[in-house]
Design a protein around this ligand. Structure first.
Ligand SMILES: [Mg+2]
Length: 146
């Protein structure tokens, strides 16, 4: 059992569909609720800014499950996003992102397939649920309906 730790989620294309920014990705609410239950710290950060990230969480009804919102702001000389404006150097967060090449080099991360458009059948967050210690329901294994 790993410690609950700190989870840093990208917003667009990871938790929210990139095309219309209107749909919370399937499984996201369950993962966020689980992380809250185990007392993990949950951060959303976005290139769209801190306010945008907060607005999305509010609009999608999960803002109570997010501890902090931050901006994906400056990049280092390697072109990757800097995190020192909100993450203390001692923490070792788990990043979840559909564009992991932007993350700090060596960052512990889970790369997810981009969530492009609203899709109730999307299963891109299953690896995240597993890593968080949440076992997806059996019916998500691709069983067809009788
Ligand atoms: Mg993204």
């Amino acid at each position: 059992m790993t410690s609950p730790g700190c989870w840093v989620f990208d917003v667009d294309g990871t938790l929210v569909d990139a095309m219309s920014a209107s749909s919370l990705r399937p499984g996201a609410r369950e993962i966020l609720a689980h992380l809250r239950n185990v007392a993990a710290q949950v951060i959303w950060w976005s290139a769209g800014g801190e306010d945008y990230a907060r607005r999305m969480a509010v609009a999608l009804g999960v803002s109570d499950l997010v501890d902090e919102f931050h901006t994906k702001g400056g990049r280092g000389s390697d072109g990757r996003y800097l995190t020192d404006h909100f993450l203390p150097a001692v923490s070792s967060p788990i990043f979840v992102d559909d564009s992991p090449s932007d993350l700090p080099l060596g960052a512990h991360h889970i790369a997810v397939f981009p969530y492009i458009a609203p899709n109730v059948h999307d299963r891109g967050l299953v690896p995240v649920a597993r890593a968080a210690g949440l076992t997806p329901p059996a019916e998500e294994a691709g069983r067809s309906q009788a």
